[in-house]
Design a protein around this ligand. Sequence first.
Ligand code: ADP
Ligand code: MG
Length: 240
Amino acid sequence: MVELTGVNKHFGSLHVLRDINLTVSTGEVVVVIGPSGSGKSTLCRTINRLETIDSGTIHLDGNPLPAEGKALAGLRSEVGMVFQSFNLFAHKTVLENVTLGPVKVRKSKRADAEKEALALLERVGVASQKDKYPAQLSGGQQQRVAIARALAMKPKVMLFDEPTSALDPEMINEVLDVMTSLAREGMTMVVVTHEMGFARRAADRVVFMADGQVVEQAAPNDFFTNPSSERARDFLSKIL
Ligand code: ADP
Ligand code: MG
């Protein structure tokens, strides 16, 4: 579903992605972990073309990422993204946040978009909040709306960049639970997180990044019990 081959990215003289090769199969859940500054967010942002790359190729569902124009907008709707900060439209209600993309980008009929949005809000457990504005919701509720909004575009893959890092501790699990059920339902997912419990529970594969490189990747159980690189052992000793 997602294939990066020899991807390099610089910010000025900083080489932030170094020869990244990464394949994510349909229905696979890949959790990306690694120290701050290792390039995890940049990796996510290249997959939905929020960042350009200097060399290499990225394919989505067999097609190279389009550079611009209509095709790029189409791609954006195929790649759902949930960020650390909730990024909801502040002056739109919860329901409007979820229907906006389908109506504007996918040209869905409003009635159909609303019906689907309600079903999605139900699924993430915030349907009763549909007429509120984001500021009236808790962080955990806002993040679940953000997930519903991304799902409303019927993405082929969902990217999550530290979706629980800005949440109060008691709200983390309500978001991770939604992500876990998405994973169980077969969504293709790339998840950057420090939640190792989630990685153990939901990941098919853990990818460990450091200094812009994929240092190792393995099934979660193998990675957590027997990491093969010194960098990963050192990282795990600091967070576990
Ligand atoms: P991570 O998500 O793993 O913490 P990032 O992908 O955010 O890492 O950042 C990787 C490196 O690239 C860091 O050194 C960061 O400071 C740098 N960086 C990220 N975005 C930009 C940008 N827009 N301009 C310049 N440097 C950036
Ligand atoms: Mg980051």
